[in-house]
Design a protein around this ligand. Structure first.
Ligand SMILES: Nc1ncnc2c1ncn2[C@@H]1O[C@H](COP(=O)(O)OP(=O)(O)OP(=O)(O)O)[C@@H](O)[C@H]1O
Ligand SMILES: [Mg+2]
Length: 288
């Protein structure tokens, strides 16, 4: 599938529909840091935007703004300005390449948990206004199981967990799935194996993980697919240009496009966890 470049204007990129389709909310996480989440969200988000899906990528990782850096942009304002009431969401949504919109990270730690209930409600109302404006909301949650990461995973309809063939990445992914399933009753996860040499390696890693989860946990792990190890990604990161734009024909770019297509085809959840409900859940305190 070679997606056509989107030529949406700023206005038709975020159309306001009177009867919007709910937004599919996906949280992208990993047990261990540095396994390729931000590049996944950016490049898969771009692939979806290129195939005319309305996509909002949200950088929920604390500290450094990953997506900003990968795109070589700087955002003077972010979600913390919205929470403080200094900016509207429209003010801070960045319009990236190919019609991809993104919300830059709020700097500071654990911002979601530091909000008062009133602040959460105010934030919720603002986020609810986005429901239906996008087909997909892809959230780069950051690594590990901080309460911020937990919030987004509990609220999302689809939980994507990235792993690499490194043994520590696998054990950390297992620990991540274990906490979400045992303490928070989350049963469904989609696994992506990043940095593989062959497709078979991706499948083998997935099987290794399911061997342990099947034995000790009550979870369903789906296999979304794999991403090859490709030096071009490192080059693209250095040049602050998405690899899918810099090297559209590279194997890694094809892999991101295949994953984007599979994400677009994921069946909607029966309980229809719409964006409104998604944010409403955040008001409820999450025990870590
Ligand atoms: N498939 C790949 N091929 C080659 N290098 C890769 C690949 N995936 C990731 N990398 C390397 O790993 C680095 C980290 O990737 P990325 O920033 O996407 O990870 P992350 O999971 O978001 O990290 P963090 O947990 O710190 O936010 C990239 O800059 C790149 O150099
Ligand atoms: Mg990151």
């Amino acid at each position: 599938m070679e997606p056509a470049a989107s030529e949406h204007s700023a206005t038709d990129r975020v159309p306001i529909s009177p009867n919007p389709r709910p937004t599919h909310v996906l949280a992208v996480s990993s047990g261990k840091g540095g396994v390729g989440k931000s590049n996944f969200v950016l490049n898969v988000g771009l692939a979806l935007a290129m195939s005319r899906r309305r996509v909002l990528a949200m950088d929920a990782d604390m500290g450094l703004g990953n997506i900003d850096i990968l795109l070589g942009t700087t955002s003077p304002h972010n979600l913390s300005h919205v929470i403080r009431g200094e900016k509207t969401l429209e003010d801070i949504v960045n319009h990236g390449p190919s019609g991809l919109d993104f919300l830059p990270a709020a700097s500071g730690v654990e911002w979601m948990t530091q909000l008062t209930t009133e602040q959460k409600i105010a934030f919720l109302e603002k986020m609810e206004s986005l429901n239906g404006r996008y087909d997909l909301l892809l959230i780069d949650t950051g690594a590990g199981i901080s309460s911020n990461v937990l919030y987004f995973n509990l609220a999302a309809q689809t939980r994507i967990v990235l792993v690499t063939p490194e043994p520590t990445s696998l054990t950390d992914a297992y620990a991540f799935v274990k906490v979400l399933s045992r303490k928070h009753s989350q049963k469904d996860f989609q696994i992506v194996v990043n940095g593989v040499k062959t497709e078979q390696e991706g499948l083998d890693i997935y099987k290794k993980l399911t061997l342990v989860t099947d034995r000790f946990l009550d979870v369903n792990l789906g296999y979304l697919g794999c991403i090859p190890r490709d030096y071009r990604l490192e080059r693209a990161v250095m040049r602050q240009t998405p690899v899918i734009e810099l090297y559209p024909d590279a194997p890694i770019s094809t892999a991101y496009r295949i994953l984007a297509r599979r994400i677009a085809q994921l069946p909607p959840r029966a309980h229809g966890n719409e964006l409104g409900l998604f944010w409403r859940k955040m008001i409820e305190p999450a025990a870590v």
